[in-house]
Design a protein around this ligand. Structure first.
Ligand code: C5P
Length: 296
């Protein structure tokens, strides 16, 4: 059944506790393995009945950093869902309340797209099979299927092979840097000089059992060294976190944001105080991203 009321869905930021790049594929994408942990930090995507056609507006503290045009992943997701469900003239008024740092490696755009799929499924009353919905998500972007899942996941392939992982609650300190890294650039730099990190079985086990000491030591990202070669500020930020007592620190996604693991929320507060421009986040959020409002 379709909804008459606005449907609002949280779009959680993510971090990659590890990101292992296995190699470049013939299609130009890279096979990878990653443990993706959603954080409590989130945007909100709202879908409501519109006068006709699809419209998007972006508000919130970081709203001006995100163009609301057709290239926005929320619009791409909306069109892909309409096509997959056979809606010839889809109609919705979409809004993003933007709070997650943009082009920062925190999956903000992909999370918005995943939230838009959930919200529009509810608004339009479409009911794709989970596999079909994941396929739509993968078409929109490599991280979208993982963020559609709602909790922590191990993702493989291009990112679309997603397996839930029951990770314990973790306390993080997040430091966005004042520049963006384009994801294709990070992967191209890896092509030129990248290496593949270790099997992450022990790291995943540490996350599952809440062994933060081990997890902190084991964090890694194969894109980090190639990106640091162009942006040494990232290495300096990691060092600052370690000096401030973090258990470990790593670049997330294709960067440049650095995330540091703390033992508990009060420890995270202390680390954040010592690192100007950083803030505390925790993950994974307790609830999976269900609509905040709207007919159900
Ligand atoms: O899928 P998405 O649009 O997020 O990917 C952006 C770019 O990042 C791709 O065009 C590709 O250059 C790179 N990428 C990759 N391998 C992946 C995911 C992304 O090479 N698994």
């Amino acid at each position: 059944m379709s909804a008459k009321e606005p449907v609002a869905v949280k779009a959680h930021a993510k971090i990659n506790a590890f990101l292992r790049v296995l190699g470049r594929r013939p299609d130009g994408f890279h096979d990878l393995e990653t443990l993706l942990i959603p954080l409590d930090l989130h945007d909100v995507v709202t879908a409501e009945p519109g006068p006709g056609g699809l419209t998007l507006s972006v508000a919130g503290p970081l709203g001006e950093q995100v163009p609301p045009g057709e290239e926005n992943l929320v619009m791409v997701a909306a069109r892909a869902l309409a096509e997959a469900t056979g809606l010839a003239s889809p109609s919705a008024r979409l809004t993003i309340d933007k709070r997650v740092p943009v082009a920062a490696g925190m999956g903000g755009g992909s999370a918005d797209a995943a939230a838009a799929l959930r919200a529009l499924e509810r608004l339009w009353g479409t009911a794709l099979e989970p596999d079909a919905l994941r396929e739509v998500a993968a078409h929109v972007g490599s991280d979208v299927p993982a963020l559609l899942a709602g909790g922590a996941v191990f993702a493989a392939g291009r990112g679309e092979r997603v397996h839930p992982v029951h990770v314990q609650t973790t306390s993080w300190v997040v430091k966005p840097l004042g520049f963006a890294v384009r994801t294709p650039d990070a992967f191209a730099w890896w092509d030129a000089e990248g290496a593949t990190g270790p099997d992450a079985g022990a790291l995943i086990a540490a996350a599952e059992t809440g062994n933060d000491e081990l997890l902190g030591h084991a964090l890694f990202n194969d894109l980090q060294a190639p990106v640091i070669a162009r942006h040494p500020e990232i290495a300096e930020t990691i060092e600052t976190f370690i000096d401030a007592g973090a258990l470990g620190a790593v670049m997330t996604g294709s960067g440049p944001t650095v995330v540091a693991l703390a033992t508990h929320p009060a420890h995270a507060d202390r680390v954040a105080e010592a690192v100007p421009g950083s803030f505390v986040a925790s993950g994974p959020p307790v609830a999976t991203p269900q609509p905040l409002s709207g007919a159900g």
